[in-house]
Write a protein that binds this ligand. Structure first.
Ligand SMILES: *Cc1c(COP(=O)(O)O)cnc(C)c1O
Length: 415
């Protein structure tokens, strides 16, 4: 039968291909293991909170970016349910087709109000928000200047934009100035067809170091050289400043930062990313940003929850929550004997060096029912594997004491 023999002849080479494909994957995975970089998913059987359930056991959780304990806040969950009941589980299309729903508009108007900006645009993740902004603003003829430690979403977006990339030493103002000078010389070259645009990108609070960018000085520098600035507030939104808008708010710099970016998935306890700025910036992104144009709109539940989280943060309850968070952080710093930082942060890195050391410390803590994840390359540079603990407003001060006691046990060098 010709049909069968046909199938057979097709199957032989394809089976061979399948095996080389599997071989490729397996040898890559062997390399990953060899370098102590194997990652496996943990099965968390509960909501995010001060405790999570892992393998049926209740574990004190110092791993989450849900810094205000909003992911499991009943008022915010109710808003998500309400959004589903009214607008459904899915958004049906991209925003520009038929997917721009009332929960999206409400969220963006609440975000613009909260941030004190003209306008805001939301995306299904912060990762994609970075891509949307950087890739639509910058092209092959342009220059993107990045802090050495910016998040992968920003690095990937800068690469995808095709712009020339320059990296300055982490929080290094002299190096940033040198890179800005270099870029300014390029923009003033005679005979250049189009003037390159220059964009500086920094996080405000760095995700793996927990330190703050010197934003006032960065703003002065980019103004001096006529560059633009994008600030990623992923670990600061909701936590800093008189309006809890972020570190830009803390330093009173809102009018001087061209692009403000953040996520709805951390202190806001929901999911999604945002860009805030001028009306023209937002209209530009609606018209140009491919991740906005070609992707289904965020689900109504996420937008509804994020809107409720913004309301919560701006309420008296929010003020209490933020106060509790900073009390926990101060309590920790004092108990562990660290000097107070000018700009405190909820992120506590304990750098251990080799991957195995970080993994081992994390495992020892887990056996004591305390979860602090080990963070390794490529999330941090090689040789700088660490425990990354995060403190939340959901923790009780006794939880912080348990954290300090446990850390002192695994790290005899930590006073
Ligand atoms: C988490 C994070 C992002 C990405 O946000 P998601 O909403 O999780 O995609 C971007 N930048 C920084 C600094 C982050 O920590």
């Amino acid at each position: 039968m010709p049909r069968l023999s046909n199938e057979n002849s097709l199957m032989e080479p394809s089976r061979e291909k399948a095996s080389t494909f599997q071989e490729h994957l397996n040898s890559a995975l062997i390399e990953v293991r060899k370098h102590g970089l194997w990652r496996a998913l943990r099965n968390v059987e509960s909501a995010q909170g001060r405790e999570i359930t892992l393998n049926g056991k209740k574990i004190l959780n110092f791993s989450s970016n849900d810094y205000l304990g909003l992911a499991a806040e009943p008022e915010i969950q109710d808003a998500a349910i309400q959004a589903i009941q009214t607008f459904g589980a899915g958004s049906g299309a991209s925003r520009l087709i038929s997917g721009s729903l009332a929960p999206h508009r409400q969220l963006e108007s609440a975000l613009a109000d909260f941030k004190g900006c003209d306008a805001a645009l939301t995306f299904s993740s912060g990762y994609v928000a970075a891509q949307a902004a950087i890739c639509s603003l910058m092209g092959k003829a342009d220059i993107v200047i990045l802090d050495k430690l910016v998040h992968a979403s920003i690095v990937d977006a800068a690469k995808l934009s095709g712009a020339a990339i320059r990296v300055y030493a982490h929080n290094g103002l002299n190096d940033l100035e040198a890179k800005l000078k270099w870029a300014a010389a390029k923009t003033q070259q005679p005979g250049t067809a189009s003037q390159p645009r220059v964009l500086v990108v920094s996080e405000s609070i760095f995700s793996m170091e927990g330190d703050a960018a010197p934003l006032p000085e960065i703003v002065d520098l980019k103004d001096k050289f006529g560059a633009w600035l994008m600030v990623d507030e992923a670990h600061a939104t909701g936590l800093y400043g008189p309006h809890r808008r972020g570190l830009v708010d803390h330093f009173g710099l809102a009018g001087r930062v061209e692009v403000q970016m953040g996520t709805l998935g951390k202190a806001l306890g929901s999911a999604g990313g945002y860009i805030c700025g001028s009306r023209a910036l937002i209209d530009f992104l609606i018209n140009r940003a491919r991740p906005f144009i070609f992707s289904t709109a965020p689900v109504p539940a996420a937008s509804g929850a994020a809107t409720a989280a913004l309301r919560f943060i701006q309420s008296k309850h929010g003020a209490v929550r933020v106060k509790k968070l900073w009390e926990n952080v101060r309590h920790f710093e004092q108990a562990i004997g660290r000097p107070e930082k000018a700009v405190p942060s909820v992120i506590i890195p304990i750098v251990l060096g080799e991957s195995a050391a970080a993994l081992n410390a994390s495992q020892v803590l887990l056996e004591q029912n305390i979860f602090i994840p080990a963070v390794r390359f490529p999330s941090v540079p090689r040789g700088q594997a660490r425990l990354r603990a995060t403190i939340s407003a959901a923790h009780a001060s006794q939880d912080v004491d348990l954290l300090v006691a446990a850390l002192k046990k695994v790290l005899p060098a930590t006073k």
